[in-house]
Design a protein around this ligand. Sequence first.
Ligand SMILES: [Zn+2]
Ligand SMILES: [Zn+2]
Length: 108
Amino acid sequence: MQYQMRRAIPKAKWLNILENCNFRCYYCNHRTTLIREHFIPLSRGGSSRVENIVASCVRCNIQKGTSTGPEYLKWMRFLYFAGMGPKPINFCAECGKSLVSQVMQCGC
Ligand SMILES: [Zn+2]
Ligand SMILES: [Zn+2]
């Protein structure tokens, strides 16, 4: 948490991230208030570079905690199939990258 505010990303880059996410939460696709989220947490070796920032809803941000993006998405998928959570984005199981509907691998 103490790292969160240390290096703010430029507003233009943040807008870019929001556009890439279609102004929806990267994880659950919810259109709501979005905040900057480290895909790989800094505490898990993630960087504070723009490439590691996604737009996330507050709910996902809190639930994700110190999980990595792929870990959280797998957990979401589990909850979804158990009927206990929203449908996660279609993602690559390896790197957690968001995938367009039919594609199942990103080639990472
Ligand atoms: Zn979300
Ligand atoms: Zn991948």
